[in-house]
Design a protein around this ligand. Structure first.
Ligand SMILES: Cc1ncc(COP(=O)(O)O)c(C=O)c1O
Length: 387
């Protein structure tokens, strides 16, 4: 777990005005398309592909670089890059590391649009997508063949919360020379350090906990040395651009991530433990609870739990009854995304082709925010009475 001081004390930022230096504790928001060269000779170096600096806004200016460097440090990576959204970060990573004829292994629990992109776009370019179990470990060896060129994990899954055995997967992937990618959004760079466990690429929807206020869409990708050129070359080619203001907000969010997460973690644990004692509740799906099927993996690899988890009811209620429950919650906004200061709820029925104990049940997903846990509990309790 990173210490608060690691998130606060990176640098100060210095600018000059006349003959005075102006020092601030936040970077300035630098934006621009044209980046000026010092000289004709520098421009010539760029024409020959030998110029080491940034030559255009799409290369990322100082604000983008400040955010990327901060993330890279937290993730112990070689390079980090910002993207205009979490899903854009995922899509660019998938595109950067695959080509026609490849096979991608994708865990069953990935964020819906990740799977949709694979099936709708990668498949169009003759890339085979094979789904693997969401709690997979060393059994992944059964799926690997000559065409397997990428393993994409999401741990825990942000809807159904299964955890993969990362070290076991990494061991097999490394032997086969296959890069591993993880969507690390749930754990944040504070609660899981995937690159330290041998993962090659770690992705975040920084939209969630990193920004923390539900007012920005942004993503980031961190890569180890081995694969950084591949990602950078792809980015250089597609010139994906993340605006400076969003990078500034993401960097600002990072400063308070540890204190926000610690409060969210405590509240979420309180609410999850209380839900476990309620007669009406069947299962509380939270990796930090002893009852979670992969709790031991969480305990071994993660240093904390964020504020997103789910539960199911014992009884199979009609949609009408579920609507009564959801609509009577006063403190929970009904909406997608998570990781912000406000508590949110979603309710859906997930299917895992009959392989899953919660198949067909309404899964109530709670994004616990910064409100008082006691108030959230009494809101849920009074809405239970509608059932
Ligand atoms: C696990 C996970 N990854 C990626 C994303 C996509 O992030 P964004 O909303 O920033 O595109 C989401 C969004 O909900 C998510 O839950």
């Amino acid at each position: 777990m990173s210490k608060p001081s690691e998130l606060i004390g990176w640098n100060d930022y210095s600018y000059s005005y006349g003959d005075r230096e102006i020092r601030t504790i936040n970077p300035s928001i630098q934006s621009g398309s044209t980046v000026l060269f010092e000289s004709y000779e520098d421009m010539q170096l760029h024409e020959k592909g030998q110029y080491p600096g940034i030559t255009y806004g799409t290369g990322g200016l100082s604000t983008q670089k400040s955010f990327e460097e901060a993330i890279c440090k937290l993730e112990n990576g070689h390079i980090s890059r910002a993207f205009p959204s979490g899903i854009n970060a995922i899509i660019c990573t998938l595109m950067a590391f695959t080509q026609s004829g490849d096979e991608v292994l994708l865990t069953d629990n990935v964020y819906g649009p990740t799977a949709r992109f694979c099936h709708k776009v990668l498949a169009k370019y003759n890339i085979k997508i094979t789904h693997i179990d969401s709690n997979i470990g060393s059994e992944i060896s059964q799926y690997i063949n000559d065409n397997t060129k990428l393993i994409f994990l999401e741990s825990p899954g942000s809807n159904t919360f299964e955890i993969q055995d990362i070290p076991a997967i990494v061991k097999i992937a490394k032997k086969a020379g296959i890069p591993t990618v993880i969507d690390n959004t749930w754990a944040t760079p504070l609660f899981l350090k995937p690159l330290d466990l041998g993962i090659d690429v770690s992705i975040h929807s920084a939209t969630k906990y990193i920004c923390g206020y539900s007012d920005v869409l942004i993503g980031c990708v961190t890569v180890n040395k081995k694969y950084s050129e591949e990602l950078d070359e792809y980015l250089h080619t597609v010139e994906s651009y993340t605006n400076s203001h969003d990078c500034y907000l993401a960097l600002r969010g990072l400063r308070t991530l540890q204190v926000r997460l610690s409060a969210l973690q405590n509240s979420a644990f309180k609410i999850a433990r209380w839900l476990e004692t309620e007669d009406i509740v069947d299962c509380v799906i939270h990796p930090g609870l002893e009852s979670h099927p992969q709790h031991n993996l969480w305990k071994r690899d993660y240093s904390g739990a964020s504020g997103l988890f789910a539960f199911t009811f014992k009884e199979k209620y009609s949609d009408k009854k579920i609507a009564l429950f959801i609509n009577s919650l006063e403190m929970f906004g009904l909406g997608y995304s998570w990781g912000g200061f406000k508590s949110l709820v979603t309710a859906r029925q997930y299917k895992r082709d009959g392989k899953w104990v919660h198949d067909g049940k309404h899964l109530i997903r709670l994004n616990i925010g910064l409100e008082d846990a006691k108030d959230l509990i009494s809101d849920i309790k009074s809405s239970f009475s509608k059932l």
